[in-house]
Design a protein around this ligand. Structure first.
Ligand SMILES: Nc1ncnc2c1ncn2[C@@H]1O[C@H](COP(=O)(O)OP(=O)(O)O)[C@@H](O)[C@H]1O
Ligand SMILES: Nc1ncnc2c1ncn2[C@H]1C[C@H](O)[C@@H](COP(=O)(O)O)O1
Length: 222
């Protein structure tokens, strides 16, 4: 029996991994997808034509970058929908609006008119059939110190040259955001409770928690 069957995770489940930059979403996405034999949906980072320019000049490139991410996420949502689920998704679309776009408009690095155009496009997209809520959002939580050291260790140049206050503010916004998030069930995992790098077998503990959680929440929803 494979891990998915062992822990009663439906074959068509859609699980999204959320959390601040560097917390370990991509690593978890890959590990869970391998363990469950699910497909992955990753963010485009290396081939993103705006990301470097955005980190160089937030005011100039915020809108372009949000539109780019929105278009990419829409295509991914459509792909997930067309396959009928069975996906692990690296970052939820809720974070684009609830964290990034909001943070930049509130800090004045995204123009209000651009923000309104962006949110109206986002709202129109979410109303299409391609946007059912995920079955589960796994929120990865960790201390800002651990996250900063992971960002440093990963070494993306544009993130290294960004003032550390940016990551502090994002971390705080994430804590506030997840405390009020209710679009789908949330399973919180602390990054100190598992170590997928040193001990890849710990993914089974995560799968077990996911299985129990999905069963509990589906009983509650019946
Ligand atoms: N469980 C873990 N233990 C130790 N380091 C980790 C773990 N998961 C991820 N990392 C490291 O942290 C960095 C950021 O991880 P990544 O998965 O790219 O984060 P995200 O997708 O959230 O930005 C990478 O260098 C990765 O190797
Ligand atoms: N919606 C976004 N706005 C601004 N920046 C974003 C958005 N989504 C992702 N990013 C940035 C943050 C990181 O530098 C890279 C990739 O994110 P990660 O959390 O490492 O997967 O893109």
């Amino acid at each position: 029996m494979n891990l998915r069957e062992k822990y009663g995770i439906p074959q068509n489940a859609v699980i999204t991994i959320a959390g601040t930059v560097g917390v370990g979403k991509s690593t978890m996405t890959k590990a869970l997808a391998d363990a469950l034999n699910f497909r992955t949906s990753f963010e485009k980072v290396d081939s993103n034509p705006y990301l470097d320019r955005f980190y160089d000049d937030f005011e100039k490139w915020s809108f372009h970058l949000q539109i780019y991410f929105l278009a990419e996420r829409f295509k991914e949502q459509k792909r997930i929908f067309e396959y009928g689920g069975g996906f692990i998704q690296d970052r939820s679309i809720y974070e684009d609006t609830g964290i990034f776009a909001k943070m930049h408009v509130e800090k004045g690095t995204m123009n209000l008119t651009d923000y309104e155009t962006y949110t109206s496009l986002f709202d129109a997209m979410v109303m299409t059939p391609y946007f059912p809520h995920p079955d589960l959002l796994i929120y990865l939580d960790g201390s800002i110190e651990d996250i900063l050291s992971r960002i440093q260790e990963r070494g993306r140049p544009m993130e290294q040259s960004t003032p550390v206050e940016y990551w502090y503010e994002m971390h705080e916004r994430y804590e506030n955001w997840i405390n009020t998030f209710n679009a789908c069930p949330v399973l919180r995992l602390n990054i100190n409770d598992y170590d997928l790098m040193k001990n890849p077998d710990t993914v089974e503990q995560v799968v077990e928690r996911v299985g129990h959680f999905i069963q509990q929440t589906s009983v509650l929803r019946k």
